[in-house]
Write a protein of this length. Structure first.
Length: 369
């Protein structure tokens, strides 16, 4: 292995997998069993839901917000949900727009792997393009991309890492990475460990000009779905990374500078374990809130039989148009139902621009915890 120099493109980045002794021991195995069990419990709980997609939007929004915040794109929960109550073609600016792009990228990636047995280069590029709202692709070999130290201080920040560079270098390393991820016969590594190894490698390759962190975190979730460890993208992984951001970057750097795979793997396994438990708790609380809401609605003298209650839980802000269906065909009827729910104390109303939007406060409180 050639010595690593942070000022020189890391073209000597070793292909995966590393030697087993560098990433697998009793400590890792114990943590792997715990993380796998919690992930299995989350998958099992989600499979019992009458409509799993109910939770994808809500959890995806939290994931989008946390993942963007890791990149220093901040917004309040209120600003986020209010902005995302608009339709895709409505005009959005600032952090909420970046977060909307992340959510769209997550969905695009999910749809991209739905009909394929492998994660392809095109899927990865499509995710990046959705994250950044660009038609850009793999960074050109002449682009002198370097990773600078985060935070305030000198006007000229220190370089902490220089990713691979050169004609065809990034493309070759990405092809090798995807081969490692997709070929379980050639590389028979536990899928959770393989996801972690691949996540480091993707971030080290740094294939795009920008947005590599968000793209890489989406790939983690999609890989777990591809390997059937999850059915839908509901693992809120970025929450843990955001709360432990310094350790995330330190352990990433530890792999690069010292080949300390164990430190990074233990960190990521703890991230999976804690966020699987966290997401399980969110789902249980949202389920309980749905049951409570359904009970209140069912016991009314004027039953709202045409109302599809799950639409009240797809995101905290509800526009009348979002309730339209084969059962509710007019905006006025939707407004009537929303007003009745407001009178029951289940929703509150707020004027946004020229229209009224109803707000599921209890759902918002669960998501904001």
């Amino acid at each position: 292995m050639e010595p690593y120099d942070r000022h020189t493109p890391y073209n000597a980045l070793p292909a995966l997998p590393p030697e087993k002794g560098l990433y697998l021991d009793d400590d890792v195995t114990k943590k792997l069993v715990e993380a796998s069990r919690r992930l299995s419990e989350l998958k099992g709980l989600a499979s019992t839901l009458p409509n799993q997609s109910i939770f994808v939007n809500t959890i995806a929004l939290r994931e989008a917000k946390a993942s963007s915040a890791i990149e220093n794109i901040f917004t309040t929960d209120d600003e986020l949900y209010k902005s995302l109550s608009y339709q895709k073609d409505d005009y959005l600016e600032g952090p909420a727009k970046e977060i909307l792009h992340y959510r769209e990228a997550l969905w695009k990636g999910y749809q991209g792997i739905a009909g394929h047995k492998e994660i392809t280069m095109q899927t990865v590029v499509d995710i990046y393009r959705a994250v950044k709202n660009t038609m850009d692709g793999i960074r050109p070999y002449q682009a002198e991309i370097v990773i600078k130290k985060r935070g305030w201080g000198s006007l000229v920040a220190d370089t902490v890492y220089t990713p691979p560079r050169g004609k065809g270098v990034v493309e070759k390393k990405m092809t090798e990475l995807l081969h490692f991820m997709n070929d379980d016969n050639a590389y028979p590594v536990d899928p959770l460990l393989k996801m972690i190894l691949a996540h480091y490698q993707f971030e080290a390759i740094h294939p795009f000009r920008d947005g590599n962190g968000r793209t890489g975190r989406i790939l983690c979730i999609l890989y777990l779905i591809q390997k059937k460890m999850l059915d839908i993208p509901i693992l809120y992984l970025s929450a843990y990374i955001l709360q432990n951001k310094d350790a995330y970057y330190q352990t990433l750097s530890g792999v690069t500078g010292m080949r300390d795979w164990k430190g990074f793997i233990l960190y990521m396994l703890e991230a999976v374990s804690q966020t699987a438990e966290y997401t399980t708790d969110k789902i249980l609380r949202i389920l309980s809130l749905m049951e409570k809401t359904e009970s209140i609605v069912r016991n009314q003298k004027k039953p709202m039989s045409r109302l599809e209650l799950h639409k009240l839980f797809e995101q905290p802000y509800i526009r009348p148009k979002s309730l339209l269906s084969n059962n509710i065909k007019s905006v006025n009827t939707a407004k009537k139902y929303l007003s009745e729910l407001e009178q029951l104390g289940l929703l509150s109303k707020e004027k946004v621009g020229k229209e009224f939007i109803w707000f599921n406060t209890d759902l918002m409180n669960i998501l904001s915890d």
